[in-house]
Design a protein around this ligand. Structure first.
Ligand code: NG6
Ligand code: CA
Length: 513
């Protein structure tokens, strides 16, 4: 080989590799908690002081989806599906995770972060986890290594609120360890009162800074009683007020350290989950209750992330997906005046139902893709779901997902990028909580509701349970009836039959990809 061919032999592949890598965007998924379709300005929020300029900017300069979904109307199953690309009803124990839950994503399952790592990315999760920690049957060992957890299912770094902040304990978990835990003051977490005189939301209700309305009356920390009991770990405990700041701080820190190769960051905000405790500087900003103020706080976080990307010169190399884990809820267990101060605000936008429900308001949420220079600004009516991100992004960065993984994650990348004529999903299964409850099934403008759970067989209208029990199957035409009020099953027997069978087939087949 002469000199020229020799150098071409080495340099060309290197250049090719470089150009392939240059096209791999960093990906940040910002997942809000309990944020409804109508809760932000760009999706129609009207209250005068409920301003969301940073989220609105993502929508204005990116692609705003009108049919963007999460796959379940509660947190754990949506997050399970987002990270595994598989409908949560196929998995075990995928309903709302209790404080002592072990990791519910089996370690041998191929995940979204595995996919990114295969594609040469660095991966991190910062914020609310709520997918359990520790081995099956054992659960979290709070004073020891907390594993398996995110690091065992594909993340290089994790900085977590382990469950959800209305559940104990209020400590950060960085990688395998509770941060700042003093071994002389071990952390104990349990289901039962640790001693007869342990103060709780029942015995010390008068001392609470935010009263509970249902559940949430066990151990008190920071003047707020929670689900579950704990003692110890005092040096490790955080203030609810500081969570949002911490997520931003840790995200910036991690991006700063990892910006020289492609990265994937799952920014899992705790806003607007209960207890809704905004930082002091956001109090009263929305003119609504704390529920409004934490929306303003969430918006601030989005602004900080974008500002940081700009500062680091990463804005054009980074795709942001903004979404939510389920629809809105008013009173979710604390007396925080969310419902009282809602006024005319329609948290679920034009839809009915919300968190816990298979009506559109339960899973249709704000969903925005933003990638300056690549995604053309606009609005898309294509149907996309958080469950699709695994396959869509894999195909984009040229990673092939094993055949037996991400069983319900469809490639809708062209739709996410707003390419002309690109199609989203043709069908979507929506679920409420764990296995065997209720389903929604949307195909085009048709929406089938299937109510399996006897105890929940009620139609949720505007976040209140209506008296009329729902029939097992009901059919709605979303083009005329976004609120799912008029069951047209009898008038459309063929559609009902077809959709009922299709839904059953998707469940029975064990996969839809
Ligand atoms: C419910 C809690 C609710 C919330 C939800 C999980 C009670 C009475 N209700 O069991 O407050 O924590 O679980 O929300 O305890 S999620 O967004 O994480 O799914
Ligand atoms: Ca949630």
């Amino acid at each position: 080989m002469n000199k020229i061919t020799l150098s071409a032999f080495f340099v060309l592949p290197a250049l090719l590799t470089l150009s392939v890598f240059a096209k791999k965007p960093n990906v940040i998924v910002i997942m809000a908690d309990d944020l409804g379709y109508g809760d932000v300005g760009c999706y129609g929020a009207k209250p005068k002081n409920l301003k969301t300029p940073h989220i609105d900017r993502l929508a204005k300069e990116g692609l705003k989806f009108t049919s963007g979904y999460c796959s379940a109307s509660t947190c754990t199953p949506t997050r399970y599906s987002f990270l595994t690309g598989t409908y949560a009803f196929r998995g075990k124990n995928t309903g709302i995770a209790p404080p002592s839950s072990p990791l519910i994503i089996p370690q041998d399952i191929y995940t979204l972060p595995d996919m990114f790592k295969q594609g040469g990315y660095k991966t991190a999760v910062v914020g609310k986890w709520h997918l359990g920690l520790g081995s099956p049957g054992v659960g979290p060992q709070w004073n020891d290594d907390l594993k398996p957890g995110p690091l065992e299912i594909g993340f290089d770094y994790s900085f977590l609120l382990p469950t959800t902040n209305d559940r104990v304990p209020q400590v950060y978990v960085e990688n395998h360890r509770v941060l700042n835990l003093d071994p002389k003051d071990p952390l104990w977490v349990g289901k039962k009162k640790p001693s007869p005189d342990h103060p709780t939301g029942v015995t010390h209700r008068h001392t609470l800074k935010m009263d509970w309305s249902h559940g949430h009356n066990s151990t008190i920390h920071n003047g707020i009683s929670r689900i579950g009991f704990y003692t110890g770990g005092h040096a490790a405990r955080f203030r609810d007020e500081d969570l949002a700041d911490k997520w931003v701080e840790k995200s910036k820190e991690w991006i700063g350290k990892n910006k020289d190769q492609p990265f994937f960051l799952f920014f899992a905000s705790h806003d607007l989950h209960v207890p809704r405790i905004p930082h002091e500087r956001f109090r009263g900003k929305s003119g609504m209750s704390y529920r409004g103020d934490v929306i303003v706080q969430l918006d601030w976080c989005v602004g900080e992330i974008v500002k940081y990307l700009k500062k680091e010169g990463l804005e054009k190399d980074t795709m942001i997906v903004f979404c939510s884990d389920n629809g809105p809820v008013g009173d979710d267990g604390y007396k925080d005046e969310a419902l009282e101060k809602m006024g005319d605000h329609r948290a679920a936008g034009p839809y009915s139902g919300g968190k816990y429900s298979v009506l559109e308001g339960g899973t249709r949420t704000p969903f925005i893709t933003y990638w300056p220079g690549t995604i053309k600004p606009g609005v898309s009516d294509e149907m996309v779901c958080t469950i699709d991100l695994a396959t869509s992004l894999a195909n984009h960065i040229k990673v092939s997902i094993p055949k037996d993984a991400c069983l319900d994650s469809l490639d809708v990348m062209d739709a996410l990028l707003g390419k002309k004529g690109a199609k989203g999903r043709a069908h979507l299964v929506q679920q409420d909580n764990g296995r065997g409850n209720n389903y929604g099934y949307r195909v085009g403008n048709w929406k089938l509701q299937r109510h399996d759970s006897k105890k929940k067989r009620n139609v949720v209208v505007n976040q209140k349970l209506a008296n009329t029990p729902a029939p097992r199957y009901a059919l709605f035409d979303l083009s005329k009836d976004a609120q799912e009020k008029k069951n047209v099953a009898e008038q459309n027997p063929e559609v009902l039959k077809r959709m009922t069978e299709e839904l059953q087939k998707i469940i029975d087949d064990g996969r839809s990809r």
